[in-house]
Write a protein that binds this ligand. Structure first.
Ligand code: AGP
Length: 582
């Protein structure tokens, strides 16, 4: 997924504002970046890699657009970096999404004398706009007509050397408009505009906005004006900085105490509405991707063990295969931190077409999932900037725990238990952070790390493996501890690291840890008690919510493994914070 931004302002420092905003978006994609500024013509500046210094000449101008890229079409290169320019050099466009018919459009435009200089799908957009401008349409209509050619997803921002407007439009990718006394902003998420905007407007699919002296919104299909509300926004909720931490990842691990507490701050009316939907359902599915899928699996355990309700956890990307089971008596609980993951949005749209009710559990305000869901529970975890999900994961688990208990009218008790668990987070970090740092030095050259656990801890094992893999690039595999003897134990030999989650020394996974130890494995226990078989031990205070809390030492281990391998934990290679492409 890419980050896009646009700025139109009267005090001609549009380039500087766009650059600052772009730096707040670099977690969305960082293969390359670029800006275009309208200042005596269009000035363009593009580089590969993460955002670095911008030449002073780019700080000015009345209008500017910027982009951080996560490559989909075309290799990582300056040429393929956005903004992309029309043939006559007068139009600049930045784009987040995938144009599925770009080759067909290239052929169409080539026949009209246009030639291309990049490998990207995006380059067809400024060319189409130029084509319509050459037919004497206004800038807005030229953009709108150009967009009608596109198949696939887009959020775009466009500027023109010949016009004073800033234009944005979306279908399938997020775009938010910001307003701040005379400065207009457009961005892929609130994060980029929070320091400047005092009001915001979330664009819906098939909407185009034109900023000139004021903002006007149009329907892309019909060209008709649309009246849309502008909302006052809570700035503090969206402004995130490192607050003294070296990386967002560590900051967000430390923020998990507050994240668990905030997750349980849900209105009774909303909880009642959601539990009613679930109780009336004939079938319940919980869907997600990546870490959110792990949370979905946790939800399945909680719903079964606490509320005796069957809720099948299914990968959002595989949900299409289960649509025969979906009808108007189905409830789909969709988990997504960003609320923009393409796999989730596609699954939710398919479920709604079959008449299902959708409950969203989301972190980002105003995201697409919040607008698609029939009811949305906000995680309230605050901005999560690190590409890795940490605090949002614990927030998801907390919401699901609260929901499962609400189904049996134990909502208040669950809130108390979550509050007690939250209070343990600082102790868990204090007890285990330096141990995690030491263990990271020992494991930094490991070929593989195996992770086992029982019941919900079998899911924690999956999440632990994902954290280690995506931030340190060390192979890790998590699975239910009893499965070890059904095959993977063949890989256990002297010094192979095996992390075992065990709520206490009587946990059945200890037996499986001993089996691994007897084959030479190096056993790392995460438990409330130090078992004899542990060669290394992360202590978790006794807690009913051990299964939620026990991931924390391994989040810390993953973080320090990345540092021990001189990697940037906030921006791992090849990843993006929200995968808005399929
Ligand atoms: C988790 O650390 C990853 N960043 C990734 O698996 C993520 O959880 C997944 O892409 C889903 O994102 P979402 O919650 O925003 O939908």
């Amino acid at each position: 997924m890419c980050g896009i931004i646009g700025v139109l302002c009267k005090n001609s420092n549009a380039g500087k504002i766009a650059y600052e905003g772009l730096k707040r978006l670099d977690y969305r994609g960082y293969d390359s970046w670029g800006l275009a500024v309208k200042n005596d013509g269009l000035l363009i500046y593009k580089r590969t890699g993460k955002i670095t210094k911008l030449p002073k000449k780019m700080f000015y101008g009345s209008c500017a657009i910027g982009h951080t890229r996560w490559a989909t079409h075309g290799k990582i290169s300056v040429r393929n970096a956005h903004p992309h320019i029309s043939q006559n050099g007068k139009i600049a466009v930045v784009h987040n999404g995938v144009i599925e018919n770009f080759q067909e459009l290239r052929d169409f435009l080539a026949k009209k004398g246009f030639s291309f200089s990049t490998e990207t799908d995006t380059e067809v957009i400024p060319m189409l706009i130029e084509l319509y401008l050459s037919r004497n349409l206004c800038f807005r209509e030229s953009v709108r007509k150009a967009l009608l050619h596109l198949k696939g997803s887009y959020a775009i921002v466009a500027i023109s050397e010949l016009h004073n407007s800033l234009i944005g439009a979306r279908r399938g990718s997020p775009l938010v408009a910001g307003f701040a006394n005379g400065t207009f902003l457009l961005a892929s998420d609130m994060q980029a505009i929070a320091p400047y905007a005092t009001k915001a407007m979330f664009l819906e699919d098939s909407e185009l906005i034109e900023f000139n002296r004021k903002a006007k919104v149009y329907d892309i299909e019909t060209g008709k004006r649309i009246n849309k509300p502008v909302k006052k926004i809570d700035l503090k909720l969206h402004s995130a900085d490192k607050r003294g931490f070296e990386h967002y990842m560590l900051k967000e691990i430390y923020e998990q105490e507050q994240a668990i507490k905030n997750a349980s701050l849900q209105s009774n009316a909303l909880i009642e509405k959601v539990t009613k939907l679930i109780k009336q359902a004939e079938k319940v599915f919980i869907i997600g991707c990546g870490t959110s899928m792990h949370a979905a699996m946790f939800g399945s355990y909680f719903f079964a063990s606490i509320a005796s309700i069957q809720a099948n956890a299914i990968l959002a990307s595989e949900f299409q295969n289960f649509l025969n089971l979906v009808n108007k008596r189905t409830v789909v609980i969709a988990l997504s931190q960003s609320g923009e993951t393409a796999d989730i949005l596609e699954a939710v749209k398919s479920a709604k077409e079959k008449g299902a009710s959708v409950i969203g559990i989301v972190n980002v305000v105003g995201s697409s999932l919040t607008r698609l869901a029939d009811a949305t529970i906000m995680m309230n975890a605050g901005p999560e900037i690190c590409v890795l999900a940490t605090k949002s994961y614990l927030a998801q688990l907390s919401v699901l725990y609260l929901l499962a208990n609400s189904l049996i009218k134990k909502h208040e008790q669950a809130k108390k238990e979550l509050s007690e668990a939250a209070r343990l987070v600082p102790t868990i970090i204090k007890t285990n952070e330096s141990k995690a740092k030491r263990l990271a030095k020992k494991l930094k050259n490991a070929k593989s790390i195996f992770i086992i656990g029982k019941r919900e801890s079998a899911v924690t094992a999956l999440e632990a493996a994902l954290k280690i893999k995506e931030v340190s690039y060390i192979h890790a595999e998590g699975f239910a501890s009893a499965e070890l003897k059904h095959g993977t134990i063949a890989l256990i030999e002297k010094n192979v690291p095996v992390i075992a989650f065990a709520s206490d020394a009587s946990d059945e996974s200890i037996t499986n840890a001993i089996e691994a130890k007897s084959r030479g494995g190096f056993i790392i226990g995460v438990s409330s008690e130090k078992a004899k078989c542990f060669d290394y031990f992360f202590a978790i205070p006794k807690s009913k919510l051990f299964s939620i809390l026990s991931i924390i030492p391994i989040q810390l281990l993953a973080y320090y493994l990345a540092l021990s391998r001189n990697l940037d934990p906030d921006k791992p290679r090849n990843l993006a914070k929200s995968v808005t492409v399929k």
